[in-house]
Design a protein around this ligand. Sequence first.
Ligand SMILES: Cc1ncc(COP(=O)(O)O)c(C=O)c1O
Length: 388
Amino acid sequence: MKIETIAVHAGNHPRNQLGSVSPPIYQTATFTAPNTEELMAINRGEKQGFIYSRLRNPTIMALEEKLARLEGAESAIAFSSGMAATAAAVGTFLKAGDEIVSLADVYGGTHHYFTTVLPRHGVRVHWCDSYDLARIESMITESTRVLFAETPTNPLLRIVDLQAVSEVTRRRNVKLIVDGTLGSPFNQRPLELGADLVVHSASKYLNGHSDLIVGVVAATRTLTRAVRNLQFVSGSILEPLGAWLVHRGLSTYALRMRQHNENGIAVARYLEKHPKVQRVYYPGLESHPQHDLAKRQMRGFGGLLSFEVRGGSEAACKVVDHCQICGLGPSLGGVECLISQPITTSHYSVPDATRRALGISDNLVRLSVGIEAAEDIIADLAQALEAA
Ligand SMILES: Cc1ncc(COP(=O)(O)O)c(C=O)c1O
């Protein structure tokens, strides 16, 4: 089945006895069993059934089935946020004395978690500021359990060659965990490129309507079982109504992604020619240094792009403040355009020196292109750039 069909149909019918087209919402904390014998059979896994929603809930399972199918994974787990998904994915494979290598260019919250939380649990974090394979491999030691990478990266849209990196991690027996939020499975499927686990902030393209905070981990059944055991005890589940909303939003996922892709390239091409724009970062542009790799690894390039405005941070600030269709705010991947300066939003908590080393300049503007008419988005940017 193609992804368009999976997005509409997967995860509905098996548990839907009345045949409703929309899956039921089991908004319940707990379930009762007819008698102790059946309860024990469910406990022992001899009978399919439900006991308590932190452990299993049919509405959450319906969503997880759809997410797994979209990702081309054996199994997927829904989480209460993207950060909860990342924390559980890395936490499953790390204990005191272990090491993790993370590519330096990751989401600010991930950076914050790795630098402030993991070391307190006795885990050493090594930051690799290069995509050079030899350099990455040189940071892997006998104690390394996880290599963490994000692709495309936020906000500079750098691309990690997943096939090449996964050859290194497989040879060195290290789990490759990939944050695939910016591509999302319509455009990129990291597991097919060699990743062991993929994590998403589903608050972005997967949910797509900017009305929920959600996370996902997808992998083989064996790996997700281990992650799920951590979720059972840490409790970072998505609640049933949230799961239903994501399930509903996913029905139009393919249509949304196609429009994000079309609008993304149209806006990137417009900005690239604008005299007040110094540089545009978008993997779909021929000028992107990794355009060929992006074409190999991705089916489309999504709606996220960044650009540097001539005139420094003041000019960049004027652009974001003058936009009318593009709302000033963090996040991305929703149906509506959102614009922001990474220095005031996604990378606000990253120290200045680290941020500059990552190449995130003060005049950088990040734009999440929505699914509105491209002409309207371009007209909005034109008047905002005029004002800058
Ligand atoms: C690439 C990426 N990963 C992870 C996250 C964290 O996800 P959440 O906000 O759903 O916890 C974000 C949030 O912006 C993100 O952009």
